[in-house]
Design a protein around this ligand. Structure first.
Ligand SMILES: NC(=O)c1ccc[n+]([C@@H]2O[C@H](COP(=O)([O-])OP(=O)(O)OC[C@H]3O[C@@H](n4cnc5c(N)ncnc54)[C@H](OP(=O)(O)O)[C@@H]3O)[C@@H](O)[C@H]2O)c1
Length: 323
């Protein structure tokens, strides 16, 4: 099999494609022929050694993978040969083949393409966990989504619309804003030239009920001021590379709240609760209430380019590698 391999924490162009022997298949595992591997912001950080988790070297990046089951380990009765499955693994997905515990291989709903299936789990579960489980948003509330043309941002637009929220989408390019509108944003703000805080207050009347922030930095800090009484600032991530220092006086004013979101770590501690949320998201996708975007495709050989495009804000929606 072939795999994209990170041999040292280094710039993206140092990734290599290697021929590797197939991994042995243990009891309870399935072997999968990969058909699509989702590209996430965190993958680019991981291979450069810029993430809080540093996998032992060498490693194969890629945490969201879709493929066809080609072999069943001893004792596996939950799956059949030919099943199309999604594996959320952390690493190992940028390969033509991977091995996984059968319990971690989720059957993909037939309504999703391989690309959609390989790119929705992290983004949609982060958005759903944030808006439903953490922030407990209610229909009719105003939600300002920053980075609304990116992975977790666009998912929040879609989830927000499905929850009956009035979503304002802020993004830096026309293509990203159009994409957010296609997922149900009622208003858009050009974050490259407009005053996002002032525009969000203007559009919502008295300020928004929640700001969903995957970007951080100065923009996030400013947008705290766009919250109305009892509004929540939802901390998702720091794609700008800059962790905002939220002024406590602005939290005190209007009885605002700051809501942290760490979906990945929460899953590790609450697998059963997460499974219930995943089933809710899958049911909404099957019912057509949620519509994950069709990602931009890159051939396997362009893994480094896909990761670079992601890091340089060039990806609208999501990106996927096709082996
Ligand atoms: N809390 C959690 O559980 C959780 C889960 C998943 C991901 N995350 C985090 O969420 C963040 C966003 O992830 P994502 O998958 O949405 O990434 P993405 O698809 O690359 O989108 C990030 C967006 O951030 C904006 N951005 C602003 N400044 C940027 C910069 N200097 N570099 C890159 N992007 C910049 C861009 O939007 P504009 O061009 O419109 O400004 C871009 O579209 C990451 O920090 C990730 O680690 C958190």
């Amino acid at each position: 099999m072939r795999a994209v391999v990170c041999t040292s924490f280094a710039p993206l162009d140092q990734l290599v494609i290697e021929e590797r022997p197939s991994a042995p298949l243990a009891a309870g595992q399935v072997r999968v022929r990969v058909t699509a591997a989702g590209v996430n912001f965190v993958d680019a950080l991981l291979v450069q050694g810029l993430y809080q988790i540093k996998p032992p070297l060498p490693f194969v990046p890629g945490g969201e993978t879709v493929g066809i089951v080609t072999e069943l380990g001893e004792g596996v009765t939950s799956h059949s040969l030919g099943d199309r499955v999604l594996i959320t693994s952390g690493f190992g997905g940028f390969a033509t083949e991977m091995v996984s515990a059968a319990s971690r291989a989720v059957i993909v709903p037939s309504s999703l393409t391989d690309g959609q299936a390989a790119t929705f789990m992290q983004s949609y579960m982060t958005a759903y966990f944030a808006l439903v489980h953490r922030a407990k948003m209610q229909p009719g509330q105003w939600l300002l989504v920053l980075g609304a043309g990116g992975g977790v941002g666009l998912a929040a637009v879609d989830v927000g619309r499905a929850l009956g929220l009035k979503v304002i989408a802020a993004a830096s390019s026309a293509a990203k804003r159009e994409m957010a509108q296609s997922r149900g944003a009622v208003a858009v703000i050009d974050s490259s030239i407009e005053d996002v805080k002032a525009r969000a207050k203007e559009i919502s009347g008295d300020g928004v009920d929640a700001v969903y922030d995957p970007i951080g930095g100065k923009l996030g800090e400013e947008c705290l001021r766009s919250l109305r009484e009892d509004g929540q600032f939802i901390v998702i991530g720091f794609a700008s590379g800059d962790i905002p220092k939220l002024p406590a006086n602005q939290v005190l004013l209007r009885n605002r709240r700051v809501t942290g979101v760490d979906w990945g770590a929460w899953v590790g501690r609450n697998p059963a609760e997460n499974q219930a949320l995943v089933l809710q998201v899958l049911a909404k996708i099957a019912a057509g209430e949620l519509n994950p975007v069709e990602p931009v495709s890159y051939p396997f050989e362009q893994a480094a380019q896909a990761l670079a495009d992601q890091q340089q804000r060039n990806v609208v929606g999501k990106a996927v590698l096709i082996p």
